[in-house]
Design a protein around this ligand. Structure first.
Ligand code: LLP
Length: 405
């Protein structure tokens, strides 16, 4: 992914030639980058031999899931839809964990029927439901319990999950009580202690606190867990000057934890596997001057890519064809939707653009297409995968006909 003769290339194909085929807005992913990310994640943690379950909520395209499967990863799912999709992608049930604060009885029954590795539970009421199902089919169900470690992930407040005021997991006191109640249960086979403190974490410090809380809880429980599921959350670099997680330090902390607590580690990474593999290509429809600003009105909008509107997230924007000019005015990249938050970026460091130019919103592989909607009755973008010189459509653009059916 780089400029060659001033044209931006994803693997061996220029973005402009992709867009000639696909039109815009289009999500474009690089196979090579997905492969690189998976191999690098595996290499980082090779010495502890974890089970890595890709967090499907970050990207659920079946073709991407098939790539993920081809490198041996399992899946972390949070709904019947996701579970059904990963099974369709061929991921083994024995590599699937089911997380989430509110799984319905129907979803639990489906997961039990499919004999997945673990159902990670977050409330006493859900345990009662699982026990009821187990009794009715006379089977013991493998489960995990999620701890809320009251740890600040130091990330965007809207994607923090490990503090006591968040709805996620069980506090230590309740969790210990539950362990005591179910450790000899005929129907619940407690195998795992799980945790997930938030997303886009860029420092090892919150993980250090999380591991300490886990250690203390295990010690207090006097229970031997077969698995410890550390969730995901590893941050990526969205902008040049941002720092990223130091994996060596994180691994060192995990190894220290494992010395005291022998178990199999599970990870649930989403963003760190798929985030920087995707771009959203969009065409400049109009350039609208307004005082010192120019609104660059794109054909992509907040319904196609929500992160800036939803979390105030900053994503780099690049021109598909580079030139050496520099705009004297501030460019505000916006979509055509009737909402003030339908805005991607404001910058005074952009090259001069003109109507019809193509730009790329970067690092949209995670929580991109999955958060898209039909707001304003706009159709969902196409998705393509680039592998070398090949362009493969992995999801067709939604048609008006499909919208009306
Ligand atoms: N495991 C659990 C239980 C989770 O809730 C999540 C994400 C993950 C794993 C994966 O986390 P990751 O490795 O991707 O950070 N839509 C937001 C992020 C929401 C994350 C929700 N949970 C965003 O666009 O930033």
């Amino acid at each position: 992914m780089r400029y060659k003769n001033n044209k931006f290339y994803i693997e061996n194909v220029s973005v402009n030639s992709i867009c000639k085929l696909t039109n815009t807005p289009t999500y474009i992913y690089s196979y090579k980058k997905i492969k690189e990310n998976i191999l690098s994640f595996k290499k980082q943690f090779k010495s502890i031999d974890p089970l890595t379950c890709f967090s499907v909520k970050s990207n659920n395209n079946i073709n991407i899931l098939k790539i993920i499967k081809s490198f041996g990863l399992g899946a972390d799912v949070v709904s019947m839809g996701e579970l059904n999709r990963v099974l369709k992608a061929g991921i083994s049930p024995k590599k699937i964990v089911f997380s989430g604060v509110g799984k319905t009885e129907e979803e639990l029954k489906f997961a039990i029927k499919k004999k997945i590795l673990l159902i990670n539970t977050e409330s006493e009421s859900e345990l009662i439901t699982i026990e009821k199902i187990a009794k009715s089919i006379k089977k013991r169900i493998d489960i995990g319990l999620r701890l809320n470690p009251d740890t600040d992930a130091r990330t965007l407040s809207k994607i923090s999950t490990g503090k006591k005021e968040n709805k996620f997991g069980l506090n230590k006191k309740d969790l210990l009580k539950i362990i005591n109640n179910i450790k000899n249960s005929k129907y619940l086979n407690l195998l795992c202690l799980s945790v997930h403190i938030g997303s886009q974490i860029t420092s090892h410090k919150p993980y250090e606190k999380m591991l300490q809380e886990l250690s203390d809880t295990i010690k207090a429980s006097k229970y031997k867990f077969e698995y410890i599921d550390l969730g995901g959350g590893m941050g990526i670099k969205y902008n040049k000057n941002e720092k990223t997680l130091n994996y060596i330090k994180y691994l060192h902390l995990i190894k220290k934890f494992l010395k005291k607590n022998k178990c199999k580690i599970i990870f649930e990474p989403g963003r760190s596997i798929i985030g920087n593999t995707g771009y959203l290509a969009s065409k400049v429809i109009y350039m609208k001057k307004s005082g010192k600003k120019v609104f660059v009105i794109l054909d992509a909008a907040m319904n196609d890519f929500m992160r800036p509107a939803l979390y105030g997230a900053n994503h780099t924007i690049l021109a598909s064809k580079k030139n050496s000019s520099k705009s004297k005015k501030t460019y505000e990249f916006v979509g055509p939707i009737c909402e003030t938050t339908d805005k991607f970026l404001s910058t005074n460091k952009f090259q001069v653009l003109k109507e019809g130019d193509i730009v790329l919103i970067c690092d949209v592989g995670a929580y991109g297409i999955v958060l898209s909607s039909n707001y304003n009755l706009r159709t969902i973008p196409q998705e393509v995968l680039i592998k070398g010189s090949k362009i493969k459509t992995i999801k067709m653009r939604q048609t008006l006909k499909a919208l009306n059916s």
